[in-house]
Design a protein around this ligand. Sequence first.
Ligand code: PEP
Length: 251
Amino acid sequence: QTTRQTLVMGNWKLNGNKAMVAKLINDLQAPAAQHPNVAVAVCPPVLFLGQAQALLTDSPIALGAQDADLHSEGAFTGENSAVMYQEFGVHYVLVGHSERRTLHGESDAMVAAKFAAVQQAGLTPVLCIGETLEQFEANETQAVVERQLQEVIAHCGIAAFSKAVIAYEPVWAIGTGKTATPEIAQQVHAAIRTFIAGFDTTVAAKIQILYGGSVKGASAAGLFAMADIDGALVGGAALQAEEFAAIISAG
Ligand code: PEP
């Protein structure tokens, strides 16, 4: 049996300022150091990556970015590339977050191209997948996540998943206060791992599959106790040091 390290990742979204970045990172140093068995990462807005990198020197907390353009450079006004992130010590890059898919019209094909660009820069993509409430109610969850995975597998090959993370985030649970029960989440995580195993059993056994959607300190332990839930991608609660520390402690 492969043992997968628990990974707790904070997605700060469009929040923060210099003072908040300094305080939040400072407040997270001790909880992260006290749980060396849990991998911890934070994804601040791009503008604060340099500040975060400096504050995280010699820290076990890894740095992540929330999105990357599919190009490494060129005439793409307003974008940031994985190659640039590399210079700021970024380790993880979220790709295909539901807010990117819905608010920025990112297609499965575009998400796959971004996944490839992140890997080409030597960074680890965190592929976010998940169904909407309408799809959940229509029992389409498995079909939706398989379609989202299939596009990336077709574009990048299954071997690409040996250096990647998957985040299952039901859209109806993101920022809504509604968390999937550990049992519902486990069912989908197991289905995701089985789907990957259909291509490569070694990759399937190794890949970390995070749950995301209103995770709090109080709900983390129940989720992490599930066989195929290997950590959490955390939005709202990642902005509160105590709450995020409680999630780390549950790992
Ligand atoms: C997210 O944005 O990835 C997320 C899970 O947000 P929240 O924890 O606020 O639901």
